[in-house]
Design a protein around this ligand. Structure first.
Ligand SMILES: C[S@@+](CC[C@H](N)C(=O)[O-])C[C@H]1O[C@@H](n2cnc3c(N)ncnc32)[C@H](O)[C@@H]1O
Length: 288
């Protein structure tokens, strides 16, 4: 088990801690609590399940490697970093109508420039029902139109995001690749698709494309390998017997409130996540 001790590699960039995307399972609501639970580290910050990158933006580290298995998401982050003004200009040209939504949804990313792919991701994220990024077995986006009356972006947030992303290594990769190259004194924050609260009983809805029990086992094994090399690790997942059993032998497990208004009722609705670490949580951290 690694103990806190080294100095943190946090910087003082001006990103205000908000992402330009809203992602299913996104950590915006408690990114600050997760950053407070970070170990001291002197190497790179790594986030192999990037999603909207809520914890990255909250931390704003000097050195970071960010990756996700979704290539559209990574192209989007790269384009925001490269030319946020061009992204905003092209977003301004997109009407928020069911017809245009259907046309953007139909468009194949392979027929688009990288800038168009990035704008497609932000547009669909802000106009699709609940911002869901959902694809069918052929990889085609299939979430329905949300009919929301809201802007596609906040200028300050997008410019701050570009600033925070300058010089950051952004990759399309499976999580294991990132974990296997992490070095001692790097901090890796892992936020995989969660184990369902009802366990794995609902097997009929499980498809090979989803993140299933075998992937969680593969993740635990990659974390054990990285931990042996001195990498600091933090994983979030649902408070389920599966997660407790899988990680309990090799890691420390702490319960963490996911809402401020925690009470008996909301606890019943699953307002706790598990925080899995290979270091003692810094005292004063907000995990319980
Ligand atoms: C729960 S979301 C992460 C949310 C993120 N922490 C946030 O704040 O928005 C999980 C992410 O894992 C990605 N993912 C799924 N399987 C993966 C894999 N095998 N390797 C890397 N990323 C994967 C998904 O594309 C998704 O973006």
């Amino acid at each position: 088990m690694i103990r806190a001790g080294a100095r943190s590699a946090r910087s003082t960039t001006r990103a205000d801690g908000r992402s330009f995307l809203k992602w299913a399972g996104g950590k915006t609501r408690y990114a600050a609590a997760l950053v407070a639970a970070a170990p001291p580290f002197t190497g790179s910050y790594r986030e192999p399940f990037l999603g909207s990158g809520a914890v990255f933006f909250e931390l704003a580290p000097q050195r970071a490697v960010l990756s996700d298995a979704n290539p559209e998401l990574i192209v989007c982050f790269r384009e925001v970093a490269r030319d946020p003004e061009a992204v905003m200009r092209l977003l301004d040209e997109q009407p928020n109508t069911p017809e245009h939504f259907a046309a953007v949804r139909r468009r194949s990313p392979t027929d688009c420039s990288d800038l168009e792919r990035a704008v497609r991701v932000i547009y669909l994220n802000k106009t699709a029902f609940r911002g869901l990024w959902r694809v069918n077995r052929r990889g085609e986006f299939n979430a329905p139109y949300g009919a929301y009356d809201r802007p596609y972006y906040n200028r300050r947030v997008l410019l701050d995001a570009a600033h925070a992303l300058a010089g950051v290594d952004l990759r399309v990769a499976d999580f294991a690749e990132q974990l296997d190259e992490a070095a001692a004194d790097d901090w890796v924050y892992l936020d995989p698709p969660y184990v369902p609260l009802g366990g794995w009983a609902d097997f009929r809805r499980y498809t090979s494309a989803q993140f299933g029990p075998a992937d969680h086992v593969r993740l635990r094994d990659a974390m054990v390998r990285a931990s042996r090399r001195g990498v600091r690790l933090t994983l979030t997942n649902s408070d389920t017997p599966f997660v407790r059993e899988l990680f309990g032998a090799d890691f420390l497990i702490t319960r963490m409130a996911t809402r401020r208004d925690i009470n008996l009722q909301s606890a019943k609705r699953g307002s706790w996540d598990l925080l899995v670490t290979n270091y003692q949580l810094p005292s004063g951290g907000s995990a319980r």
